[in-house]
Design a protein around this ligand. Sequence first.
Ligand code: ZN
Length: 253
Amino acid sequence: MLAAVVAGVLAAAPLGPTLGVGTLLQCQEQLGLRAFVTGTPRCPEAAKRCFGIVVHVVVEGDAPVVAPVWFAEQVAAANRLFGTIDVGFETLEVRTEPAERASIESRSDRDHLGRGEHGTASAPAGVVHVWVVRRLADVDIAGDEIRGVHWRDRADPTRRFVILSSIAGDRTLAHELGHFFGLPHSRYPESIMNKTPREDPPWELRGFHAREYAIMRGRRDAMVADGTLRDRRRARPRSQGVPKNASRSSAPD
Ligand SMILES: [Zn+2]
């Protein structure tokens, strides 16, 4: 439908006066936001499991709080690091959030992101929801801000998601996905889950420790089994369904 609207706008554009500038800007904005899906990496071929991301981006004025390329770098870094456990991520959908959500100040602000919008344990969403905001306050230290967080809605802890601030480094999404895949912070020098400032090893050589990868493998399989994540490489078309008596013969791995 958007394509039809845009085509209509482009066709009408030379007529100028009959078309509001606001309409054109609105379409440009929509097209720009679309790049959060089309301009970000797909699951790498080598990744045996492919998980979807739905990104919710705060728009202030006419612009998202980060550029699509910023988010593309986050997904690319996550795909590089999660390749070790045969996992890839790709963005399925972009949704806009109003400017009132540009600054997430409190625990309550975090809880309310997406309330009523995505799944619970009984109706799993199957994707990773990621919010991108301009500022994410440190709820433990007044006045400070943080780069990202993996958050559980306190009213429904099965509903968990990632929030990224516009000051995030390029591996912040990968770090928060580490939490999503069951990791606590660690003290491994080579791990991006280690928050202690250090020079060695250099930033570009850091990733996850072997023990962390082992934990994430286990959590990956558990999340696929319980429906928290849907593996897009194994997904059946919904319309076909699965015969009841066939489900036992297809062993999960
Ligand atoms: Zn962390």
